[in-house]
Design a protein around this ligand. Structure first.
Ligand code: BDR
Ligand code: CA
Length: 352
């Protein structure tokens, strides 16, 4: 598949990362140059296995998958099996990948691709910013070599999901986030900063998937049964069964999402799930899905309660050049429509 928008996806797959991979694979305008892996939702080695298995499910064995750094820059690794399941894919179990992992390091993959195609590639980070930070330490020109950087990360005018003011991807490696946000600030000129777009929880929590969306996706894929039963039973985990949908992608999504929906029912009060990372990929492909405000953002490192907070200078009191376009609004209904339609179409094409 050759799209016109070259992307590198840096992921910590993870249920919503896996849906972001499926969305990218389902988007004809996306050219997925490579996928790089970082520890976060699960251990980095599990991340790369999940990533290869999900891409294989999507029929995309042509894409290079590379493992980057397997732990944060200075902190010990933290993972979140209660959110994403012990292996990171909820209740789903995918066959082990048959395509090998790249023998290159993920950080090299990012730097080499950006140098080879200056000004062309958009890096979308869906996990902690460890790989990007190391890439920046080794290639400080990266903000100019990339076409842009789109991240799912931070909580701007919104509570955190890991600590009261802290979002998970920044929480896991705040030192890396500090390096990355500062690099875009240092690269700013009188004419602005290289493109960096942040989608925080205030917009990604609008991207809510509910069982009806999965049923619609299953129907778009021509899958039978349409999984309404399997997902509804998810409200009572003791009654739940694995999806018996005829379509492998639908089966995967139903089983992975049932876990995520059970988690959100426990912690967020609704039976459904926020699909943060796919919204970031969708916005990288079509910026009209979000509205942004350009401001200076820095990362708290020395807080006693707030380490990892994305501190956003909405009033410009620092007098610093802005470094990030922070998403303040998203067209979530249009995104959800595209998600169901695109991933449903991909599933239909992979129905055998
Ligand atoms: C982010 O944290 C992870 O658990 C998700 O994959 C997403 O990237 C949301 O805070
Ligand atoms: Ca993620």
């Amino acid at each position: 598949m050759t799209g016109t928008i070259p992307l590198i996806l840096d992921v910590d797959t993870g249920i919503d990362d896996s849906l972001a991979l499926l969305y990218a694979a389902a988007s004809p305008e996306a050219e997925i140059v490579a996928v790089t892996c970082v520890g976060g939702n699960v251990d980095a080695h599990q991340v790369e296995r999940n990533t290869r298995s999900v891409l294989e499910l999507a029929g995309r064995t042509d894409i290079e998958v590379a493992l980057g750094r397997d732990r944060p820059i200075v902190r010990p690794i933290e993972t979140t099996p209660e959110t994403h399941g012990p292996q990171g894919l909820g209740h789903a179990e995918l066959p082990p990948p048959s395509r090998p992992l790249s023998d290159r390091n993920g950080v090299d993959v990012i730097i080499d691709a950006a140098r080879r195609r200056p000004g062309e590639i958009t890096l979308v980070t869906c996990g902690p910013l460890t790989n990007l930070a190391i890439a920046l330490l080794r290639e400080p020109e990266l903000p100019h070599l990339l076409k842009g950087w789109v991240l799912m990360g931070g909580a701007y005018r919104h509570p955190g999901n890991t600590a009261p003011t802290t979002e998970w991807n920044i929480h896991c490696d705040p030192e890396a986030a500090k390096i990355a946000f500062a690099a875009w600030g240092e690269s700013a000129t009188a004419n602005g900063h290289p493109r960096a777009v942040a989608l925080g929880l205030d917009v990604t929590e609008q991207a809510k998937i509910v069982p009806d969306d999965v049923v619609a996706l299953a129907r778009a894929a021509g899958s039978t049964p349409d999984d309404s039963l399997a997902l509804a039973r998810g409200e009572d985990p003791m009654q739940a069964t694995r999806s018996v949908a005829s379509n492998p992608i639908v089966r995967y999504i139903a089983d992975a999402l049932r876990f995520y929906m059970e988690f959100h029912a426990r912690y967020d009060g609704f039976y459904g799930a926020f699909i943060h990372d796919p919204l970031a990929v969708a916005a990288a492909l079509d910026p009209s899905l979000i509205r942004t405000r350009t401001i200076a953002v820095d990362i708290e490192l020395g807080g006693t309660l707030t380490t990892g907070e994305t501190v956003a200078d909405w009033r410009g009191v620092w007098g610093q050049p802005p470094n990030v376009d922070v998403a303040v609004e998203a067209d979530a209904p249009e995104f959800m429509r595209r998600f169901v339609e695109r991933v449903g179409r991909l599933a239909a094409a992979r129905s055998t």
